[in-house]
Design a protein around this ligand. Structure first.
Ligand code: GLA
Length: 428
């Protein structure tokens, strides 16, 4: 198959099989507590960082006031350790009364009043991973209804303390139960991560029908090693994973750790660029109250967000692994646009990598190139022209590429419906 045929076929397959709740037509974006705040419940000694309503209110304030919401970062998501160790008299989950004195409905109102959405965490099994009450099969409907009654907008459903048989029953059941509440609740399934992430144990066709996103693989940590390990797993299995993603159903390589402690500036750009290529959900797990301006600039880069949020929703691929330890990634976008990432795994000095668009499978023609991180529009480039990019160690160069022909000669998309409705920082 030629490239356009592949793209068309992928676009078609994505239409057919997504979970029918109409949500998350582009990868969800927002903030999730786990990686940065874990199970810190010591509010007496660490009031600013413990898992409490204060933390989620603070993050909602920041998302609403510091320009995040307008860029698409709309979810404020609670993870493990929010609940009381006991269900209430009616068998319902309840928040820890000391750390969430206002209750979840009040927190949901606070978040909604700021134009944001509230996510919560549950676990299919006898306990959550940190030992809080889990959702056994007989509790699924009660818990789905409780979340809906509280005004919850997204559920991350983990899989600690359940076996494969229970998961086979429980994940589809929760999907049904959420739909039955009548409240639109985005559904994130950790199921595949507990079954090795690969067929035949994992059925991605079914996942696309019951979940909006799913964790395929292990937990991210605040280190470059962890990011690399995740990147390698996802791109080593791209032939399996790429076709499973599409509007309403996304592979989730886990949170962004940009703005924390483990990544350099270049590594932070690399995580952002590769998550955009993967059409990954963008959940930051950092402290938005103290974020430095370099991290903010990366996370708020409009072009990389536009690439991530592209309406066609085709997950990108690694095209090349060079002996020089340069790797090239590509993602097709709406409107015949595309994104390229040149990534260096080297540890010596900026590497000058020479290639041409033709060598990277581009059709004959001229292209407009926008450099995403230097925020510069470059001179037009023909497919046959060799160019050289200088890539920092563990860094990336990312390009947003448009064919140099008028929009009307390309495809019949309305500009306003493109790029998640974001205005691009450069002319199309
Ligand atoms: C698992 C999940 C993490 C996080 C923790 C909470 O490890 O994969 O993302 O939710 O549980 O205990």
């Amino acid at each position: 198959m030629g490239l356009p045929v592949v793209i068309f076929a992928l676009a078609l397959t994505t239409v057919a099989m997504a979970l029918d709740n109409g949500l998350m037509r582009t990868p969800p974006m927002g903030w999730l507590a786990w990686e940065r705040y874990r199970c810190d419940i010591d509010c007496d000694n660490d009031p600013k960082n413990c898992i409490s309503e204060t933390l989620f209110r603070d993050m909602a304030d920041r998302l609403a006031e510091d320009g995040w919401r307008e860029l698409g970062y709309t979810y404020v998501n609670i993870d493990d350790c929010w609940s009381s160790k006991k269900r209430d008299g009616k068998g319902r989950l309840q928040p820890d009364p000391k750390r969430f004195p206002g209750g979840i409905p009040e927190l949901a109102r606070y978040v909604h009043d700021r134009g944001l959405l509230l996510g919560i965490y549950g676990d299919l099994g006898t306990f959550t991973c940190m030992g809080y009450p889990g959702t056994t099969l007989d509790n699924i409907e009660t818990d789905a209804q409780t979340f809906a009654d509280w005004g919850i907008d997204m559920l991350k459903f983990d899989g600690c303390y359940s076996n494969a048989t229970e998961q086979e029953k429980g994940y589809p059941l929760m999907s049904k139960a959420l739909n039955a509440t009548g409240r639109p609740i985005g559904y994130s399934c950790s199921w595949p991560a507990y079954q090795g992430g690969l067929p035949p144990k994992v059925n991605y066709t079914q996942l696309g029908e019951i979940c909006n996103l799913w964790r395929n693989y292990g937990d991210i940590q605040d280190s470059w090693d962890s990011v690399l390990n995740i990147v390698d797993w996802f791109f080593n299995h791209q032939d399996i994973l790429q076709t499973t993603a599409g509007p309403g159903r996304w592979n989730d390589p886990d949170m962004l750790v940009i703005g924390d402690f483990g990544l350099s500036l270049d590594q932070s750009r690399s995580q952002m660029a590769l998550w955009a290529i993967m059409a990954a959900p963008l959940f930051m797990s950092n402290d938005l109250r103290t974020l430095n301006s370099e991290a903010r600039t990366i996370l708020q880069n409009k072009a990389v967000i536009a690439i991530n949020q592209d309406k066609m929703g085709v997950q990108g691929r690694r095209l090349l692994k060079e002996k020089s330890e340069i790797e090239v990634f590509w993602r097709p976008l709406s409107n015949s646009d595309s994104a390229l990432v040149f990534f260096s795994r080297r540890s010596d000095m900026p590497y000058r990598y020479t290639t041409s668009l033709g060598k990277l499978n581009y059709k004959a023609g001229s292209y407009k190139v926008y450099d995403v991180f230097s925020e510069k529009l470059m001179p037009g480039l023909s497919d046959t022209t060799d160019f050289t990019v200088s890539i920092n160690p563990s860094g990336v160069v990312m390009w947003y590429i448009s064919p140099l022909v008028p929009l009307s000669f390309r495809q019949n998309y309305r500009v306003s419906s493109l790029h998640g409705g974001l205005e691009l920082p450069f002319p199309l």
